[in-house]
Ligand binder design. Structure first.
Ligand code: CMP
Length: 142
């Protein structure tokens, strides 16, 4: 279907800890995105590093890996029209101080690291991130 995309989203350890999984899922579903895969997992530091390998040269990489491995996360595949952009709009800017009012990060995030959710930043990133967690057979088509 033209325009239909998939993107990877994660409710990060702070989002799970704060009890906002339901709120995050509701916002995605209300926007018309379908949850086509979901899994709760606690990553090892090295698994978190593999996921964020694109940031391996950045000064925050070490802390980011540790943080993402610090508790359970909910990993999701979302499907819908312009799913990558749509998900990023619903989440708001990476830094919650810059996130538009009414977005997930404006409402729930406390810092750039503890920013509640992740979403693929492009279809190319989604093409790497989705199979990092889900084999094709675990992503539903309905
Ligand atoms: P995310 O969208 O998951 O992608 C990379 C993550 O690195 C980002 O959200 C932030 O939570 C985290 N991060 C930590 N420090 C920084 C920083 N200074 N700039 C950008 N991202 C950062």
């Amino acid at each position: 279907m033209p325009g239909i995309e998939r993107t990877l989203s994660i409710v990060k350890p702070d989002g799970v800890e704060k009890g906002v999984i339901g709120d995050v899922l509701t916002r995605f579903e209300r926007a018309g995105l379908k949850i086509v895969a979901a899994r709760m997992v606690q990553l090892s530091v090295s698994e978190a590093g593999g996921f964020y390998t694109v940031h391996r040269e950045r000064p925050f990489y070490g802390e980011l890996k540790e943080y993402m491995a610090s508790g359970p996360i909910l990993v999701l595949v979302l499907e819908g029209e312009n799913a990558v952009t749509m998900t990023r709009e619903i989440m708001g800017a990476t830094d919650p101080r810059e996130a538009a009012p009414g977005t997930i990060r404006a409402d729930h995030a406390e810092s750039i690291e503890r920013n509640v959710v992740h979403g693929s930043d492009s279809p190319e990133s989604a093409a790497f991130e989705i199979p990092y967690f889900f084999p094709e057979i675990e992503v539903y088509s309905y």
